[in-house]
Design a binder for this molecule. Structure first.
Ligand SMILES: Cc1ncc(COP(=O)(O)O)c(C=O)c1O
Length: 349
């Protein structure tokens, strides 16, 4: 079952609490003001002040030489992967990681790069031994292993620094560079209580999303060494991702980085509350990490639960069977969470 099952279209009514994804966050009044006040230029000419500032701010926060603004996390990962790898080379990555499972094999289709999946451990990390074992020998029959691509958070799980370091070391020891899909990088650093540079410092390149828990309407940033970011910039052009007055989006990103990072802890706490309520209702298998709750209503009850909650203003995704993912975010406050909890109580009560 795809993670994206049941997501589209379900929120068309007047939802009080939309738990399908943290991508659903809408710009608030302060963010809209920042967008309106933004001084703009043509970013393809390198003249948009907001984009230049956003790239400089994130390069510095992540301790990297340079950064590049892109429209989406998928394009940011792809430009990063293609900056590292050439045709006939290979990326080792988690079989359930977004880059492998949900990015339409872009690096293979567009870059002639092979993807070599290894199992993801229950804690969201890749086993260092599995990574080392996947690296190919120097043999003309085989692809050339070039890059290790990691993810943090993965399904909400914040992988601890020591595990990230052990896996990255296994890759580096075999001559691989290391990329991080940090779509929810700041959820990870907030949950781990580590400095942003501590996690970023383990990676060569990092992609972070501004459009998920941080609440910007769109945009991702790839950070890394200057030569790789220059190559990624060329890929961004080829992929059609060079935007002109992109400062309208970058201004929202800068606002989000200033205001919305520390508050991610509130989403994590509400996710903990929701998981606690589900457990006390005896509502199937429940797991929670950072801002995500996974739960299995069981007995073919998914559709009935979804309809029951929707009638009460709470929207959830998921298919007709299996686990349902619920994601806490900036636009779910205590009142909205209570709407979902009351709906769950009346369903199970
Ligand atoms: C872990 C992860 N990586 C990358 C992406 C891709 O981001 P986008 O939807 O902006 O392309 C997502 C999207 O949800 C994601 O969850």
């Amino acid at each position: 079952m795809s993670r994206y099952a049941g997501l589209a279209g379900a929120g068309k009514g007047a939802a009080i609490c939309d738990l399908r994804s943290d991508t659903l966050t809408r710009p608030d009044a302060g963010m809209m003001q920042a967008i309106q006040a933004a001084e703009l230029g043509d970013d393809v000419y390198g003249e948009d002040p907001q984009v230049n500032r956003l790239e400089a701010v994130l390069a510095e926060r992540l301790g990297k030489d340079a950064a590049l603004f892109l429209p989406t996390g998928t394009m940011s990962n792809l430009a990063g992967l293609l900056a590292h790898c050439r045709r006939g080379e290979e990326i080792i990555l988690g079989a359930e990681y977004h880059v492998y499972a949900y990015e339409a094999a872009g690096a293979s289709v567009l870059g002639g790069v092979s993807l070599c999946p290894v199992p993801v451990r229950a804690d969201g990390a890749l086993d260092p031994g599995a990574v080392a074992g996947a690296v190919k020998a120097d043999d003309s029959h085989l692809a050339v292993s070039r890059l290790l691509s990691l993810e943090n958070t993965h399904n909400g799980l914040a992988v601890p620094l020591a595990d990230m370091a052990a896996t990255a070391d296994a890759g580096r020891g075999a001559g691989l560079a290391v990329h991080l899909d940090g779509a929810r990088f700041f959820n990870a650093t907030v949950a781990l209580g580590c400095a942003e540079t501590e996690l970023a410092g383990l990676m060569d390149t990092i992609s972070v999303c501004l459009s998920k828990g941080l609440g910007a309407p769109a945009g991702s940033v790839l950070a890394g060494p200057g030569d790789l970011i220059a190559r990624a910039r060329r890929w961004r052009k080829m992929l059609g991702g060079g935007m002109r007055q992109a400062g309208v989006l970058a201004a929202a990103g800068l606002y989000a980085l200033d205001r919305n990072v520390a508050r991610l802890a509130e989403d994590h706490a509400r996710a903990g509350e929701l998981a606690g309520e589900l457990r006390s209702l005896g509502a199937g298998e429940v797991s929670q990490a950072t801002n995500m709750v996974f739960f299995t209503p069981g007995d073919g009850r998914n559709d009935a639960l979804r309809a029951h909650l929707a009638a009460r203003g709470a929207v959830i995704g998921g298919g007709s069977s299996g686990a349902i993912r619920m994601v806490l975010h900036k636009d779910v406050d205590d009142g909205a969470l209570d709407c979902a909890v009351q709906g769950l109580k009346s369903f199970y009560g």
